[in-house]
Write a new protein. Structure first.
Length: 190
C-alpha cells in the first residue's frame, strides 16, 4: 500500500488532520428551549465594577504622573479666565481699545499652551516659557490680566510646568501619625 508521496498536498493534508480534529471538538450546544447562562466574564457585579473603577483610576494616575498635569491645568484655566473676562459687559471692561485683537489672541495662546503642556510634555520647557510670556503680556492686553487672577494662574502654572522633572520618583503624601500625635517612622524611609 503506497502512501502519499512526500511533499504532495495529500501528505500535508494527512499531517493537518489531527489538529483539525482537536479544533473540531467543541462544547455541545444547549438545547433549543433552554436559556444560556452567561459566564463569569459577562456578569458584572459590584466587585467587577469596583475592579474596573480601580483600574481606570490607576491608569488615570499613571497618565497624570507622566506629565506636568497641574501646571498645564493652571495655564489652561488662567487663559480661559482671561478669555471670560474679555467678554465681560462694557462697564466692567477696563482695557479693550485698539488692542482688541490682542485681548483675544494672548489668552488663546495661553489656552493652547496649557493643552500642549498636558498632551505634549516632551516640549514643556518651550510651552511654559511661551505661556509665562503670554501671561505677563495679558496685563496690558486683557483687562489687567483677567483682573490679575488669570495672569497669576498662568504664571504659577508655567513655573510648575517648567520645574517638572519626568524621571522623578513618586513621593509619599503625608507622614503617618500614631494615636498619641507623634510622628511615626515613615514606612518608605523618606
Amino acid at each position: 500500500m503506497a502512501g502519499p508521496e512526500p511533499g504532495t498536498p495529500a501528505e500535508a493534508e494527512a499531517q493537518v488532520e489531527p489538529e483539525a480534529q482537536v479544533e473540531a471538538q467543541v462544547e455541545p450546544e444547549a438545547p433549543a428551549g433552554s436559556e444560556a447562562r452567561p459566564g463569569p466574564e459577562v456578569q458584572a457585579g459590584p466587585k467587577a465594577r469596583a475592579g474596573a473603577v480601580a483600574r481606570a483610576r490607576r491608569s488615570w494616575r499613571g497618565w497624570r504622573g507622566r506629565r506636568p498635569f497641574w501646571g498645564g491645568v493652571l495655564v489652561l484655566f488662567g487663559g480661559a479666565e482671561i478669555l471670560f473676562t474679555v467678554r465681560a459687559p462694557l462697564p466692567v471692561v477696563l482695557h479693550i481699545g485698539i488692542q482688541g485683537l490682542a485681548g483675544y489672541l494672548v489668552p488663546a495662546v495661553m489656552v493652547l499652551c496649557g493643552l500642549l503642556i498636558l498632551f505634549n510634555p516632551a516640549q514643556r520647557l518651550f510651552y511654559s516659557i511661551l505661556a509665562v510670556l503670554a501671561s505677563l503680556g495679558s496685563w496690558l492686553t486683557s483687562n489687567l490680566g483677567g483682573f490679575l487672577l488669570g495672569m497669576l494662574f498662568g504664571v504659577i502654572g508655567s513655573c510648575l510646568a517648567f520645574g517638572w522633572l519626568p524621571d522623578q520618583p513618586p513621593r509619599r503624601r503625608w507622614l503617618r501619625r500614631d494615636r498619641t500625635g507623634r510622628k511615626a517612622a515613615d514606612p518608605a524611609g523618606v
